[in-house]
Design a binder for this molecule. Structure first.
Ligand code: ADP
Ligand code: MG
Length: 262
């Protein structure tokens, strides 16, 4: 399998804190990978460094889109990283609460239109045609995610689990080759978590999108991940399959004194 994301020596310093310390990580085409570790281990910082929110202090981030060339992307601004095919969701949900469900997905879609935001204001003929296509595409994504019935509801009125799914829908609208999920099951009840698991597996098999997720729900991590990476104090302390990670003494030690599903 081809490597589609690779970090080398990825390091992020915040003042005296090394939030990431020479992290090497790779995701291959078609994989579901999980990034786990105790609170404060550097997981969200890892996402922030590869998506352009923070330029890493040291090290490199490379992407190799399935249909493209290998590129070094550290330092690229967020919107250019998105345009290159990395999409993410956030640990704290970031939707537009006063926009409808459909409009939230359309926002994601605009990064793939020629007209973009300016065109949407001037609304020439091409823009109107494009706009229609955006609505159609966005609605189709909602159907796939199972939120089409709620297309006209305000995002703020959705149950929590549906808000998390809507964030995934908006990320999918940017047509990523790799989807980064930051604690997608946080705050979900067991039934919602099960539906989420199904959705993630479906995104992988039906859309050929690879997934890297940060997740504390160990049952879910162990059941759907092809490979797992473990961070502790900014360092990668282990990687492997669920079976390998589950019985790795180094991992068990890192979690001692922590709730395993904290
Ligand atoms: N913007 C920031 N400024 C200063 N310190 C930060 C910042 N973001 C994260 N950190 C620190 O980096 C470490 C890793 O945080 P984070 O990546 O959020 O961990 P995790 O997602 O694994 O819980 C923590 O010590 C946190 O306080
Ligand atoms: Mg985090």
């Amino acid at each position: 399998m081809e490597t589609i994301l690779e970090t080398k020596n990825l390091t992020m310093n915040f003042g005296g804190i090394k939030a990431l310390d020479r992290v090497d990580l790779d995701v291959r085409q078609g994989e579901i990978c999980a990034l786990i570790g105790p609170n404060g281990a550097g997981k969200t910082t890892f996402f922030n460094c590869i998506t352009g929110i923070y330029p890493p202090s040291e090290g490199d981030v490379f992407i190799s889109p399935p249909a493209g060339k290998r590129k070094r992307i550290n330092g690229l601004p967020v919107h250019r990283v998105t345009a290159r095919g990395l999409a993410r969701t956030f640990q704290n949900i970031r939707l537009f609460p006063d926009m409808t469900v459909l409009e939230n997905v359309m926002v994601g879609r605009h990064c793939r239109t020629k007209a973009g935001v300016l065109g949407a204001i001037f609304r020439d003929r091409i823009t109107r045609k494009e706009e229609k296509a955006v609505v159609t595409r966005s609605y189709a994504i909602l159907e796939r995610i199972g939120l089409a019935d709620l297309a006209n509801a305000l995002a703020r009125n959705l149950p929590y689990g549906d808000q998390r799914r809507l964030e995934i829908a908006r990320a999918l609208a940017t047509e990523p080759f790799l989807l980064l999920l930051d604690e997608p099951a946080a705050g979900m009840n067991p039934r919602e978590t099960e539906a989420l698991e199904e959705l993630i597996l479906r995104i992988k098999t039906e859309e050929q999108i690879s997934i890297l997720m940060i997740e504390h729900d160990m049952r879910m991590v162990m059941s759907i991940s092809d490979r797992i990476f473990v961070l502790d104090y900014g360092k990668k302390i282990a990687e492997g399959t669920a079976a390998e990670i589950w019985e790795n003494p180094v991992v068990i030690k890192a979690y001692l004194g922590e709730e395993f599903d904290a």
